[in-house]
Design a binder for this molecule. Structure first.
Ligand code: SAH
Length: 213
């Protein structure tokens, strides 16, 4: 599990690429510049780790494109100590970015194979989540609610109600919504029943799947 000068150099180029694509938040850029993305990928793909592309991980899933990770993270506006919920732990890369920004992170993954792998791997490289959960993200995590922000990293056919309900007042939900193509959508909770909704760019994610079994 090496992180060499070559990797660091490639990572800096990646930071420049996503900066050019419009990412401005200095803390987000610094996190992408720091986290060894190549360690989150299966060995065969290590050469591709610092291209701004999504890549396959285990269980037919993908590690999201760095630009997408940065874009969603920027929308969350994470402050140190925020309680954050992620749906779709996958490789744990997005989780590491959130932890690097100081989030107390809870993350749910429904594929057991990925859950087990990432649960072992993240602490090994120094990223410790509050809790990684094997379960169904459609339900959120009522036991730990409310959250300062919630991020969904798979394409949701609709916005699960529990996720809106588990936001603090002033909290933010960032969720790609749609079937084939998803519209990045930001909800800000303004009151008990009031939400402000912003529809942003188009993205492509693997689907948020309902009840496995
Ligand atoms: N955040 C990840 C992206 C992984 S892709 C990363 O940085 O690598 C999306 C992930 O969402 C996949 O791992 C998939 O298994 C998971 N997923 C799909 N449906 C889900 C659901 N209902 N609940 C929780 N996780 C889900």
């Amino acid at each position: 599990m090496k992180d060499t000068f070559k990797h660091k150099g490639l990572r800096q180029q990646l930071v420049n690429t996503i900066k050019k694509k419009g990412i401005k938040d200095k803390k987000v850029l610094a996190a992408i510049g720091k986290i060894p993305r190549h360690l989150f990928m299966d060995s065969g793909f290590i050469d591709h780790a610092y291209q701004d592309k999504a890549f396959p991980i285990a269980a037919d899933q993908t590690i999201s494109q760095p630009y997408t990770v940065a874009y969603q993270t920027e929308l969350l506006q994470v402050q140190k100590g925020d309680k954050v919920l992620e749906i779709g732990t996958g490789s744990g890369y997005q989780a590491a970015v959130l932890i690097e920004l100081g989030a107390k992170l809870y993350s749910i993954e429904r594929q057991q194979e990925l859950f087990k792998k990432t649960n072992k791997f993240l602490p090994k490289i120094g990223y410790v989540a509050k809790k990684l959960i094997f379960g169904d993200g459609y339900k959120g995590l009522p036991k730990e609610a409310p959250f300062d922000s919630i991020i969904v990293t798979a394409g949701a056919p609709f916005v699960p109600k529990p996720l809106l309900e588990q936001l603090k007042i002033g909290g933010r939900l960032v969720i790609p919504v749609g079937e084939d193509v998803q519209v990045m959508t930001l909800y800000i909770r303004k009151g008990e029943k009031e939400f402000e909704k912003h529809e942003l760019g188009e993205f492509r994610f693997v689907p948020l799947l309902e009840n496995k079994t």
